[in-house]
Design a protein around this ligand. Structure first.
Ligand code: NAP
Length: 322
């Protein structure tokens, strides 16, 4: 049965932290993979999950930086992974599968935002390729190790998905590249991925979720000039926050993904988009940024994106069923 895209009244909210949502939850013996688990929200996610007893594998584009960032956190291991390079994805997945371990949680957290037009692999647009296709290939390759009957796969999307649905006639932006719309498309793809993976995985008890973490100042903004952040009203000319309360801390920003990955409140549910540690409501028609757009939860578009992604990456763990 599909889970309704409506709040469940979790009791948590925008100011809850990753540690808050794990209160009373013991993850001993569980293994989580957190892409980008060494910066911003990913680092706080790694910290919180290990704090609750999980072992966390952090696949990293820059393993040396990652090792430094997680030094001192017990229960973490770092390996190499560039999501923009399918060979690198294959290499990481093969190394992990060879270890013979099973996976309880995958958090597709790594991402890039609003970068100048960049091409990776066979000329793919970098945000779609890194944020969506790399994670698509990763999860499909790791699927044999994903523990049936309880594992969760969590796709870190963004309220930025409001900026664009899937641009079906030109997913790689061969013309009219717009860095924000391209981010929006990639983040819509993260939501659609969870919708379809949940459909495919629920028979074996593996559920998928997506989420908006909130607005948090992290290295994600690296491609934005100071002037653009001033123009958007985030910071003033001195680099100080204009409305400090409008941003979450990284500990608060990591909470929704940790909640989606571990909360017993979501038992038997899946395929939904979350925000502020609860299932989100559908977006309203008035242009407000909260909630989830129809174009990101439409099952037909989710199936279509799955097929396109399988074709582009050459990977599909569900080839006979998708
Ligand atoms: N911060 C926000 O306000 C906000 C809002 C909405 C959604 N989000 C989403 O939250 C997630 C985490 O963002 P964040 O704010 O924590 O950003 P962040 O601090 O920049 O972390 C992003 C991580 O992704 C990794 N990454 C980038 N390209 C990669 C690649 N090709 N292969 C493997 N890893 C790669 C980065 O590694 P390197 O450092 O080595 O490049 C970094 O570890 C993203 O998916 C983002 O879209 C964030």
């Amino acid at each position: 049965m599909n889970t309704a895209q409506h709040k469940i009244g979790s009791g948590f909210g925008a100011t809850s932290t990753a540690v808050d949502v794990l209160h009373g939850i013991d993850l001993s013996g569980q293994l989580a993979i957190v892409t980008g688990g060494y910066s911003g929200l990913g680092l706080e996610t790694t910290r919180a999950l290990t704090g609750a007893g999980a072992r966390v594998v952090v696949p990293a584009r820059r393993p040396d930086v990652a090792r430094e960032a997680v030094a001192g956190i017990d229960g973490v291991e770092v390996d190499e992974l560039d999501l923009g390079d399918l060979e690198s994805v294959r290499g990481f997945a093969e190394r992990f599968l060879a270890s013979g371990r099973t996976i309880d949680i995958v958090i597709n957290n790594a991402g890039i935002m609003a970068c100048p037009e960049t091409r990776v692999g066979p000329g793919w647009e970098a945000q779609f390729a890194t944020n969506h296709l790399g994670h698509f290939a990763l999860v499909n390759r790791l699927w044999p190790a994903v523990e049936p009957g309880g594992a969760r796969v969590v796709s870190v999307s963004s309220g930025g998905h409001h900026l664009s649905g899937i641009r079906w006639d030109d997913v790689h932006w061969t013309h009219d590249y717009d860095k924000w719309e391209a981010y929006g498309q990639a983040k819509t793809a993260n939501v659609l991925f969870a919708v379809h993976l949940d459909r495919l995985g629920r028979e074996s008890g593996v559920r998928a979720f997506s989420l908006h973490p909130g607005g948090i100042l992290t290295p994600l903004q690296r491609h934005l000039a100071k002037e653009e952040m001033v123009e958007r009203g985030w910071i003033d000319e001195n680099g100080d926050l204009v409305h400090p309360d409008a941003f979450k801390t990284p500990e608060q920003g990591a909470a929704t993904q940790v909640w989606a990955a571990t909360s017993p409140q979501l038992a038997g549910m899946g395929g939904v988009y979350c925000e502020d540690c609860d299932i989100a409501e559908p977006a309203s028609a008035d242009g407000e940024r909260g909630g989830v757009k129809d174009w990101a939860t439409d099952p037909e578009q989710a199936a279509r994106l799955w097929d396109l992604s399988a074709e582009l990456t050459g990977v599909n763990a569900f080839a006979s069923r998708a």
